[in-house]
Design a binder for this molecule. Structure first.
Ligand SMILES: [Ca+2]
Ligand SMILES: [Ca+2]
Length: 270
């Protein structure tokens, strides 16, 4: 492989790069496992430069590269583009959301195991239609940010969905947002930040309830059964039943879920 310097960045990038549009799935059906194999094969052959964009599969291509990155830290460069869905196509069209939220099971009272949530904007009046969404990675302090593409100015509920926690809505009435400006929302500093005060206090911080493994908006017997099955099978790794994010399915996960089941925890929304 030949390498050359990229502009004035000082980066030595491979003269052949991997164009990652196809793995986004826009040109036909693709399989993520095969796509990752292809990406890894490219690295084996010395490719260290990957080209992607937000519109390549609406984030799918970027997410595959994020997975590749987690397997090869620091070993390659990614070029991406943003904003193709903006209308008009200007940077001012973004709404940036700065969110802070803790996931009960992932939070130890001081820091959180970082994980991804999806933030949705819903209209503040019935039928509370979904307007926009963005995936946000919450870091160890519960903070993350993302950009909404096409949200007009208005008042919206911010809704957080995490893979095994209770869908949680922001406080009654919604939040005023101006197109092109940023919105900052912190769920952790007051129970009233969640609609219906629907959060759990852990060491002075308010957390979204964990335990909704099957994502039906209730912590119920189904969730307990799913955790029990995984525990029985000694399942490990990235599993929905892993309520505290430690990579194991065991009594710790069951206890969190069982406590919330006992309290009949469910989603509270307008
Ligand atoms: Ca459930
Ligand atoms: Ca666990």
């Amino acid at each position: 492989m030949q390498y050359r310097e990229l502009g004035r960045t000082g980066w030595k990038v491979s003269s052949l790069s991997f164009g990652a549009w196809a793995i986004g799935g826009d040109w036909g059906s693709v399989n993520d496992t095969e796509s990752l194999e292809a990406l890894n094969r490219a690295i084996e052959h010395g490719v260290n430069f990957f080209d992607t964009a937000d519109v390549y599969g609406d984030g799918r291509s970027e997410q595959l590269l994020a997975r590749l990155r987690s397997q090869h830290p620091g070993a390659f460069y990614i070029a991406t583009k943003a904003g193709r869905r903006l209308d008009p196509h200007t940077a001012e069209g973004y709404n940036r959301a700065n969110l802070t939220a803790f996931v009960e099971g992932f939070y130890n009272g001081l820091i959180m195991i970082p994980d991804t949530v999806t933030a949705y904007l819903h209209q503040s009046i019935s039928p509370y239609a979904k307007i926009d969404s963005v995936k946000i990675r919450l870091d160890s302090l519960g903070s993350g940010n993302g950009k909404f593409f096409n949200t007009p100015s208005g008042t919206y509920y911010i809704v957080i969905k995490h893979r095994n926690s209770i869908e949680t809505w922001s406080k009654a009435g919604g939040e005023a947002m101006t197109k092109g400006s940023s919105v900052t929302y912190n769920f952790t500093n007051d129970s009233s930040k969640a609609f219906g005060n629907n959060m759990k206090k852990v060491n002075n911080k308010w957390c979204i309830y964990s335990g909704d493994v099957n994502q039906d908006r209730y912590v119920n017997l189904t969730d307990i059964t799913l955790i029990g099955n995984d525990a029985f099978n000694y399942s490990t790794g990235y599993r929905l039943a892993d309520i505290n994010g430690d990579g194991y399915i065991d009594l710790d996960d069951l206890t969190i879920c069982d406590n919330n089941y006992y309290k009949s925890v469910s989603t509270k929304k307008p």
